[in-house]
Design a protein around this ligand. Structure first.
Ligand code: 13P
Ligand code: SF4
Length: 337
């Protein structure tokens, strides 16, 4: 059992601007009974809670069993013994857990569980593209629906995309759905003098496409020693000006293992909140950019799933989609290892 005072102390290191990350004693008094109920119920109901780094800190430090990037959370989903998975993130991540665990019940706590990348492309779009590019291997970012994964040859995440595309045993590759990541991969392949024929789709992440190179110039002028740490969903003009580029967990690792005077994290601000907790000696500058889908997860909607789950929040996929999408995920695990 945690008390409001203990919760406030636990989360006291967070100082980023978003109201979702401000923990007054009054807020902690409201949250602690919910945290204690969730922690008791998840044991009784043999349930594991997986949380992406972008969700609110009270979920991450109050009730989550595993926190990470999309690759680490797929691994956690693959190895859990629990009979039910609550995935505090977005729908495509919960679907990934279901694909890897068809016999388990998988829930997404919030009905606002989209993703501007996953929603940018449908299975029909992929069918049409495969007709247009019959000699291309189709590599999909994990930020896609199960139906789209089922039509692709190999899945990737931001933690392994550059390596997998580079080493994939096909000369012709079609990458989807992220255009900005596609342009970043193209630049990476060019830097390695790769002769792959590489094409990509036109989706974008509405959070990461916001970052502008002018902002980097401004930061560099005012904080010349700050490390700029960016996610590969950002524009190429941002990536080329960054000190480090990687998945959210790779960004966490970079900050924890380097010693710059300040850090600017160009990704959803939940990651800065996480690092303010886990690396309190580091200094962070910059504003808060939120993903409305990730931030729609709450302790309240996680408790609802444990107490009386709404049927529409359970992930259901047909067996053919599961087996085809699983092949694409297994190809990722094979090439990422
Ligand atoms: P990561 O796999 O790096 O956590 O990225 C997921 C995501 O949705 C980033 O916007
Ligand atoms: Fe999707 Fe962007 Fe939100 Fe990540 S931050 S879940 S890519 S909308």
């Amino acid at each position: 059992m945690i008390t409001p005072k203990e919760l406030k102390e636990t989360l006291s290191g967070i100082s980023i601007g978003a109201s979702t990350c401000n923990y007054s004693i009054e807020t902690c008094e409201k949250l602690t009974p919910i945290i204690n109920q969730i922690n008791a119920l998840k044991k009784q109901k043999n349930t594991v809670i997986l949380a992406h780094s972008y969700v609110s800190p009270d979920i991450i430090y109050g009730v989550a069993d595993h926190v990470g990037d999309s690759f680490e959370l797929s691994k956690a989903a693959q190895s859990t013994n629990a009979s039910t998975i609550i995935f505090a993130a977005v729908k495509f991540m919960a679907e990934t857990a279901k694909i890897l665990n068809p016999e388990k019940r998988v829930y997404t706590p919030s009905p606002i569980n989209g993703c501007s990348l996953a929603d940018a492309i449908t299975a029909d779009d992929v069918i049409a593209l495969r007709k247009q590019y019959p000699d291309h291997a189709f590599i999909c970012y994990i930020n896609t629906s199960a139906e789209v994964k089922a039509l692709c040859d190999c899945c990737v995440t931001s933690s392994n995309v550059y390596d997998i595309v580079d080493h994939y045993p096909n000369q012709n590759i079609y990458f989807l759905p992220d255009e900005l990541m596609g342009k970043n991969i193209e630049a990476y392949l060019a830097s390695k003098n790769s002769n792959k024929n590489f094409k990509y789709y036109s989706g974008t992440c509405y959070v990461h496409e916001e970052y502008d190179p002018d902002m980097i110039e401004f930061l560099r002028l005012n904080h010349p020693d700050a490390a700029i740490v960016a996610h590969p969903e950002c524009k190429p003009s941002i990536i080329e000006k960054s000190t480090f580029v990687g998945s959210t967990s790779q960004m966490v690792n970079y900050v924890k293992t380097t010693d710059h005077p300040q850090y600017v994290l160009l990704t959803e601000c939940g990651l800065t909140a996480r690092l303010q907790m886990e690396a309190p000696e580091k200094q962070f500058i910059g504003s808060c950019t939120m993903c409305k889908y990730m931030k729609s997860n709450s302790l309240g909607n996680i408790l609802n799933v444990l107490e009386s789950p709404q049927p529409e929040l359970e992930i259901h996929l047909n067996s053919s989609t599961i087996s085809k999408a699983k092949a694409s995920l297994m190809a990722m695990f094979k090439y990422a290892s």
